[in-house]
Design a protein around this ligand. Structure first.
Ligand SMILES: [Zn+2]
Length: 546
């Protein structure tokens, strides 16, 4: 049969063909879901689909180019074709997504169960998409360039593919970013990356050493406070979500997004604060760890205790209340309340989520009933995108018209920004309500109260054609890195901890970052521990040592 004549081709033509083939024929399940997720198939979607296809093929090609060596490329392609053919078959015929638990099932299943999966259709798919291309690759006469020039050529192909892919990414970013964020299942449908990632994750989990969390700050004790009062202290730390400094009128934004906080005379607004990361999964564990941005790694952060543990060791009662997706390890050993799941009849909840005011529910009672000094963290849903319009009650729709879909490409930039600004307006209300609630509690109970607010990271709203967040820190635009940070201390609190308000007010335009939070909270609460670094304490220079 002529089919087995040996085709001749160069290594870069082979990788390009293989990439295009993998991105198309094996990814029926992915393209079907992607098209639906991006608003349903229509002729106007064709440029997006084509653009994305080329983008994915180029990324595959960039990777394959790096393996494009004699005795290496062929075995890799043969294995890829066979494994990807099987994966594609299971995804299409069983509608499954490939993730870590799927791979675990596969490895830990017995032969009898596995044999039930065999079928004629499967053999057909395997021969057509697996064996046939594998045979063609095996028989092909592939020319590989030699020596230094050959290495340069491979690097050049990889770099060119990556650059072109990047250009396409920028062009389609407004559609792609929200689609991929809202439909995380897509990454489990794109093959072969899905099973490669899943196998890698499974192996890591299987062979990971059990993490033993190292204790931190077990020497921590409360310092002596100057005032004679024996009042308890209540410190509320509000962790914002996706709130960027630029859109707070307290920081000079043209729209009045902070009408309520602007009327709090003793609120300190720090206007040059950098986040630790550009995503919750980095910023949140980082800001509660003592590692700081430059030394942060998530394995490190998970392997040692953090700020809330140190406070616990010093004898504080600590409570984390969450209206987001959990605390990413930061609250693992303290009391935790999940307030993100809608409760029937709850005035702060709508169909599938709850507004941030729910975080204040029962707070006066909790404060009243506590026995010791108390630190409460309120983790907001804040300005989480792309569906900004869902984050606030109707009364806070002050700026408009607003974008009312999570498909950002259907909205003008102005309507996206308007919806975002309404989320900041609502956060203004929630923070102000928190302060008023603390004042009321202080009038009722023998306590001293304070609120610290900061956001986890910022957000891009169309600057440089970027949306959402999560850009690598080194190249992330300022909008994603600059976050609001505010501090409100009652007169009683300032007196108890000997903090000078005027001195602090004079520091509000200095540059600070998430790195300051750990030591500032310890400093503010006068906690004595060897971990405390006065140079990172934002409050420290304004405390009269006692
Ligand atoms: Zn976040």
């Amino acid at each position: 049969m002529k089919i087995f004549t040996r085709p001749r081709l160069s290594h870069d033509v082979l990788t390009l063909l293989a990439s295009a083939l993998l991105a198309s024929a094996y990814n029926v399940a992915f393209w079907r879901s992607f098209s639906a997720a991006a608003g349903g198939f229509s002729m106007s979607q064709v440029p997006l689909l084509l653009g994305c296809f080329v983008l994915i093929a180029l990324l595959f090609n960039a990777v394959l180019a790096l393996f494009s060596f004699r005795y290496v490329l062929k075995p890799i392609l043969i294995a890829l074709f066979v494994a990807t053919a099987l994966t594609a078959f299971f995804m299409v015929s069983y509608g499954v997504q490939i993730d870590k638990s799927m791979i675990q099932n596969l490895f830990e299943t017995d032969v009898r169960e596995a044999s039930e999966l065999f079928s004629v259709q499967m053999l057909l798919a395997l021969s057509l998409l697996g064996v046939l291309p594998a045979l063609l690759v095996w028989r092909a006469q592939v020319s590989f360039p030699q020596g230094l020039r050959g290495l340069g050529r491979r690097a050049g192909v990889a770099a060119l593919s990556l650059t072109l892919a990047l250009v396409l990414l920028v062009v389609f970013f407004k559609t792609l970013a929200p689609t991929l964020r809202e439909h995380r299942e897509l990454r489990y449908l794109l093959t072969p990356t899905n099973y490669i990632q899943a196998i890698n994750g499974y192996i890591k989990q299987r062979f990971a050493r059990r993490i033993v969390v190292a204790p931190l700050g077990t020497d921590a004790i409360k310092g002596v406070t100057a005032s004679e009062n024996k009042h308890r202290s209540v410190t509320v730390i509000v962790v914002g979500e996706t709130a960027r400094a630029a859109n707070f009128s307290l920081n000079g934004y043209a729209r009045a997004t902070n009408p309520q906080l602007a009327l709090q005379p003793e609120l300190l607004n720090f206007n040059h604060v950098a986040s630790c990361g550009t995503a919750t999964a980095v910023s949140l564990p980082c800001v509660f760890s003592m590692l700081g941005r430059e030394h942060y790694s998530d394995t490190q952060a998970y392997a040692q205790e953090g700020l809330l543990d140190v406070l616990r060791h010093a004898g504080f009662e600590v409570l984390w209340r969450d209206n987001n997706s959990g605390c990413k390890g930061a609250c693992d050993r303290v009391a935790y309340e999940d307030l993100s799941v809608p409760e029937k009849g709850n005035p702060w909840c709508v169909a599938d989520e709850c507004y941030d005011e729910r975080l204040l529910e029962r707070l006066p009672e909790i404060i009243h009933e506590a026995r010791d000094d108390l630190v409460i963290v309120l983790h907001q849903k804040g300005s989480h995108g792309p569906a900004y319009h869902k984050r606030y009650p109707a009364a806070f729709q002050r700026f408009g018209p607003v974008c009312e879909t999570n498909e950002l490409e259907k909205c003008s930039r102005e309507s996206i920004v308007a919806a975002y600004d309404n989320t900041i307006l609502y956060t203004d209300h929630v923070l102000n309500k928190t302060i008023e609630l603390l004042k009321a509690s202080e009038r009722r109970d023998p306590i001293n109260t304070a609120m610290l607010y900061f956001s986890d990271h910022g957000e891009s709203l169309g600057e440089h054609n970027l949306y959402l967040h999560g850009a690598p820190y080194m190249i992330a635009p300022a909008e994603q890195r600059e976050v609001p940070l505010m501090l409100w201390l009652s007169a009683g609190y300032r007196d108890r901890y000997q903090i000078d308000q005027r001195c602090l007010a004079a520091r509000t335009s200095q540059s600070f970052s998430h790195d300051n939070v750990f030591h500032s909270v310890l400093g503010m609460l006068n906690v004595n521990t060897a971990l405390y670094n006065p140079r990172l304490d934002l409050v420290g220079p304004c405390r009269n040592d006692v």
